[in-house]
Design a protein around this ligand. Structure first.
Ligand SMILES: *[C@@H]1O[C@H](CO)[C@@H](O)[C@H](O)[C@H]1NC(C)=O
Ligand SMILES: *[C@@H]1O[C@H](CO)[C@@H](O)[C@H](O)[C@H]1NC(C)=O
Length: 193
């Protein structure tokens, strides 16, 4: 990942603003019929159309362009990955088995990486208006793919190592959801132009 541009504090602010904008819009607007149809159409190009629609419909008032729909999808994926990572971090203290706690800790770390990569994706997306659009677009796709890999690494770690079925089931459910949300974001990014 070293070859890619690192995000500056300014990017971090952009992303915070992005997330709060979408959090706010979710609470207030409902969006026009045209905007809902646009979201449905866009979601139909993803691997998980119904989850996509269910997740993004609340943002119909603001997600009225392909780009803002991508931003909304990313904001949701960042939140979900953060939630999942936090759940893993707080849950691990309760495990008696050291090995199990270790696996869950690794998973929380993978998800933190995923959050970082999703923020880098959003930062690249914020720069699509410039002359280096192809480069930024490519960066966005690379980072979103890397975030999917982080989620897969977590799930693979659960499968290979000593984790009880109950823990695996709980974590897998959380991480699978995150992975689907990232996959939806990536599909929308791929269909931008
Ligand atoms: C999306 O796909 C569903 C299922 O195939 C279809 O019923 C619906 O009309 C499609 N929506 C749009 C807006 O293309
Ligand atoms: C993340 O957790 C917060 C607090 O529990 C919740 O309100 C929010 O809906 C969750 N977001 C996602 C995307 O799971």
């Amino acid at each position: 990942m070293e070859i890619l541009a690192k995000s500056s504090p300014k990017h971090a602010l952009t992303i915070l603003a992005l997330i709060s904008t979408f959090a706010l819009s979710r609470a207030t607007g409902s969006g026009s019929e045209a905007s809902k149809l646009f979201i449905e159409e866009s979601c139909n190009t993803t691997t998980y159309p119904s989850l996509c629609l269910e997740t993004l419909a609340p943002y119909a008032a603001v997600a009225t362009s392909r780009l803002s729909l991508c931003d909304a999808a990313l904001a949701v994926a960042i939140q979900a990955a953060g939630n999942c990572s936090a759940a893993a971090s707080s849950g691990r203290k309760r495990f008696e088995e050291a090995a199990e706690a270790e696996v869950v800790k690794d998973c929380a770390g993978d998800l933190k990486e995923a959050v970082y990569e999703l923020k880098e994706t959003a930062a690249a997306m914020a720069h699509l208006g410039g002359s280096d659009r192809e480069f930024q677009w490519s960066n966005a796709k690379t980072y979103a793919s890397a975030a999917i890999t982080e989620a897969e690494t977590c799930v693979d770690g659960m499968a290979e190592q000593k984790v009880s079925a109950a823990v695996r089931k709980k974590m897998k459910k959380c991480v699978d959801h995150v992975e689907k949300l990232i996959s939806i974001s990536l599909a929308l990014i791929n269909h931008l132009y």
